[in-house]
Design a protein around this ligand. Structure first.
Ligand SMILES: [Zn+2]
Ligand SMILES: [Zn+2]
Length: 211
């Protein structure tokens, strides 16, 4: 062994013997210079992984907020997976076109296996269920917007009333000179919308039974 063999040719440090020099070279130069890019590589993978995780998280958030949008809120009326029980009242709607009662579809405001709007119909009785987690005054206009925005419901309100812009409104048998959209839905109200000829008798009340 010569002196040069005990001197590190990279940093010039001297060592007692060639073994220690070898060890030094391994520890200080070879391994580090071999390891460093490995470490930065793995941290680059780590960073890529984190970025990917963030991207996935963003996609999930966007996806779910998209699906929330697709469930939709119609004029402040939300669609909830469960029926709200805090506020639960009923009003009855009759639609009379050219003196004939027309059937109001069942399932307005209900997206099966998805959600129920706070305003909905369970059957063709014309009973509007107003079920929400908060006590709020809803309008007939909101109900009709929900109607028109419930997939699979036919006919739509405008189809039923032939797009009539002069629909007359009777609440509990008394004509109200206002647009039907502004009519408030109060408990046990009997609302009649009349398009075309006004029939001789307008319903003034409805038998709600236990509702
Ligand atoms: Zn209900
Ligand atoms: Zn109800």
């Amino acid at each position: 062994m010569t002196d040069t063999e005990k001197k590190c040719n990279i940093c010039g440090s001297e060592f007692e013997n060639s073994d220690k020099l070898e060890q030094h070279k391994k520890e200080s130069h070879q391994e580090k210079s071999r390891e460093k890019p490995q470490v930065s590589k793995s941290s680059r993978y780590k960073a890529t992984g984190i970025a990917a995780a963030i991207a996935v998280a963003i996609i999930i958030v966007v996806y779910f907020s998209d699906s929330t949008t697709s469930i939709g809120t119609v004029q402040g009326v939300e669609c909830d997976p469960l029926e709200g029980t805090i506020f639960h009242i009923h009003a009855h709607l009759d639609i009379i076109v050219d003196s004939k009662h027309v059937i109001i579809p069942a399932g307005i405001g209900i997206k099966p296996n998805e959600c129920l709007y706070w305003l909905h119909t369970h059957n063709t009785s014309g009973v509007i269920h107003i079920e929400s987690p908060q006590q709020t005054t809803f309008t007939l206009g909101q109900f009709i917007q929900v109607w028109d925005n419930t997939p699979g419901i036919s006919p739509k309100f405008e189809e039923m009333t032939h797009g009539d812009k002069n629909i007359r409104v009777f609440v509990n048998g008394t004509e109200v000179k206002d647009n039907y959209a502004n009519i408030k839905l109060d408990a046990h109200d009997e609302i009649a919308l009349v398009s075309g000829n006004v029939p001789q008798s307008i319903p003034s009340s409805y038998e709600f039974g236990g509702l």
